[in-house]
Design a protein around this ligand. Structure first.
Ligand code: FAD
Ligand code: UDP
Length: 396
C-alpha cells in the first residue's frame, strides 16, 4: 500500500510540529501531521475571544520560559517574544500575598520585617521536624522547604484541589518546580529567557507548520480509519506518536492516571477584574484553584477598556473522553509506565514523544528541546544513514 508521506506525525503540539518542521526543512521529507482536534498547536493553542478581541489560551494559560540556548534560538525563528515576566498572587483568608513564596510572602504572613537570614532561621526551625531527611513525597518535601504553617496556608489545599490525591502520595518533584526565595524577587520563573509570542501562540504555531512539504490533517484520529490512520501507515512509514501512550496500546497495562482541568470563561463589562494575570486561591472554600485574566498577559496591546476576559480553573481526575492534561504519576502509575515502555520497545518504526507519549510533565521548551534531540539522535540518522529507527522505550 502506498502512503503519500515519508513520515507521519501524530499530534500537532509543539513536540510534533518541531519534528515535522525539522524533517521538512532540514531533510526535505514529506511529512503528514495528524491531529484529532480542529486546530494545530495542541494545548498551546490560543484564539482571540470574539467579543473583546483579547487573546485567550484555550487550554489554560501558557507562559514561555527557557534557559536552553538552543531552544531559544530555535523558537525565535518563528516568533518574537514580548518582555512579559510572569508574576502570580495568591488570595488566602481575605488577604493577597505574592507567590511563589518569597520574603514578601513570609514577612506578610508572620506580620514581621525579618531579614533574609532571620527568615531562613525561622523557616529552618519550623521545618525542623524533617531536618536532614530526603523526602520523596510532596507533603514532606513541602514542609521541609517552607515549614508547616506556610505549607498549610499556601500549598496543602491548593495541591489537594489540583491533584485530588493525598500530597503524601504525590512525588516530591511537583513542588520542587516552585522556587522559595529569601529575597523580594517574586518572578514566577527563574529562567534566562521569558516572554510571550508578540502576535500570539497561534501565529507562532502556524509559522512552524508553514512548509510546502508539511501536510496538516485535522479532525483525524490516528486510531480511526483514514489516509494516515494506524491501519494505513503502520509498517509502511515511520510514525512519531505524541498521543497518550496507554491509548496506543489499548490500555493493555491499565489506565495511567491523568488530571484534567475545566475552564469557565466569563466576559465582564469592566476594564480590570483582579489587577494581575493569575490569582491563586489556596483555601479549601473556593472550588477553583486560580483565576486567569488574559488582558494582563499583553499590557503592550491596545485592548478594549470596556471589557475583560477571566477564566476560573477547576481541576479533577480525567476520565475517558476528557483531555488528559497532567500525568498524576503515583507509584502505581510508574509501574504501569515501565510496562508501557517495554511495549514501546517492541513497536517497530514508531517513536513516542511529547507530554502524552512519554507520560511526563513537559513545559513547552522541554517538549521542543526533546523533539530537537529525537530529530538529531534518531530521525536524521535514520533518513540520512539508514540507522534503525528504534525507540528504546518511551524515552524522548
Ligand atoms: P500537546 O500539546 O498535548 O499535543 C498533543 C496533540 O496530539 C494534541 O493536539 C492532540 O489533539 C493530539 N492527539 C492526541 N491523540 C491523538 C490521536 N489519537 N490522533 C490524532 N491526534 C492526537 N508549558 C509551558 O512551557 N508553560 C506553561 O505555562 C504551560 N502551561 C500549561 C498549562 C496547561 C493547562 C497544560 C495542559 C499544559 C501547559 N504547558 C505549559 C505545557 C505545554 O502545553 C506542553 O509542553 C506542550 O503543549 C507539549 O506539547 P506536546 O506536543 O507534547 O503535547
Ligand atoms: N502549588 C501550590 N500553591 C500555589 C502554586 C503551586 O501548592 O499557589 C503547588 C501545586 O502542587 C502545583 C505545584 O506547586 O501543582 C506546581 O505549581 P505550578 O504553578 O508549576 O503548576 P501548573 O501551573 O503546572 O499547574
Amino acid at each position: 500500500e502506498f502512503v503519500n508521506a515519508d513520515l507521519v506525525v501524530v499530534g500537532s503540539g509543539f513536540f510534533g510540529l518541531t519534528i515535522a518542521e525539522r524533517a521538512a526543512t532540514e531533510l526535505g521529507l514529506k511529512v503528514a501531521v495528524l491531529d484529532r482536534r480542529h486546530h494545530i498547536g495542541g494545548n498551546a493553542y490560543s484564539e482571540n475571544e470574539a467579543q473583546t478581541g483579547i487573546e485567550v489560551h484555550r487550554y489554560g494559560a501558557h507562559l514561555f520560559h527557557t534557559s536552553n540556548e538552543r531552544v531559544w534560538e530555535y523558537v525565535n525563528r518563528f516568533t518574537k517574544f514580548t518582555s512579559y515576566q510572569h508574576k502570580v498572587y495568591t488570595s488566602h483568608k481575605g488577604e493577597v500575598y505574592p507567590m511563589p513564596i518569597n520574603l514578601g510572602t513570609i514577612n506578610q504572613f508572620f506580620r514581621s520585617a525579618m531579614s533574609p537570614t532571620e527568615a531562613k532561621a525561622l523557616i529552618a526551625e519550623q521545618a525542623g521536624e524533617l531536618a536532614g531527611t530526603d523526602p520523596q513525597n510532596l507533603n514532606d518535601k513541602g514542609i521541609q522547604l517552607i515549614g508547616r504553617p506556610l505549607y498549610e496556608a499556601f500549598i496543602k489545599h491548593y495541591t489537594g484541589k489540583q491533584w485530588q490525591t493525598d500530597p503524601k502520595d504525590l512525588p516530591a518533584e511537583i513542588i520542587s518546580r516552585l522556587p522559595v526565595r529569601y529575597n523580594y524577587d517574586n518572578r514566577y520563573f527563574n529562567d534566562t529567557y521569558e516572554g510571550l509570542p508578540v502576535d500570539g501562540y497561534t501565529a507562532w504555531i502556524e509559522r512552524m507548520a508553514d512548509h510546502p512539504n508539511i501536510e496538516v490533517v485535522l479532525n483525524s484520529d490516528f486510531f480511526e480509519d483514514g489516509e494516515y490512520g494506524r491501519s494505513s501507515v503502520l509498517g509502511q512509514v515511520p510514525v512519531i506518536y505524541t498521543g497518550p501512550v496507554d491509548r496506543y496500546f489499548d490500555y493493555a497495562e491499565g489506565d495511567l492516571s491523568w488530571r484534567t482541568i475545566d475552564l469557565e470563561e466569563e466576559v465582564l463589562p469592566i476594564e480590570d477584574f483582579q489587577g494581575c494575570s493569575v490569582m491563586n486561591y489556596p483555601d479549601a472554600d473556593a472550588a477553583f484553584t486560580r483565576i486567569h485574566e488574559f488582558r494582563h498577559f499583553h499590557p503592550e496591546r491596545d485592548y478594549t477598556k470596556d471589557a475583560t476576559v477571566i477564566m476560573r480553573e477547576f481541576s479533577r481526575f480525567a476520565e475517558k473522553g476528557d483531555e488528559p492534561y497532567y500525568p498524576v504519576n503515583t507509584s502505581d502509575d510508574r509501574q504501569k509506565l515501565l510496562a508501557y515502555r517495554d511495549l514501546a520497545k517492541g513497536e517497530k518504526s514508531v517513536l513516542f514523544g511529547g507530554r502524552l507519549g512519554t507520560y511526563k510533565y513537559l513545559d513547552m521548551h522541554m517538549a521542543i528541546g526533546s523533539a530537537l534531540s529525537m530529530f538529531d539522535n534518531k530521525i536524521k540518522p535514520h533518513f540520512t544513514g539508514g540507522a534503525k529507527l528504534e525507540s528504546g522505550g518511551v524515552d524522548a
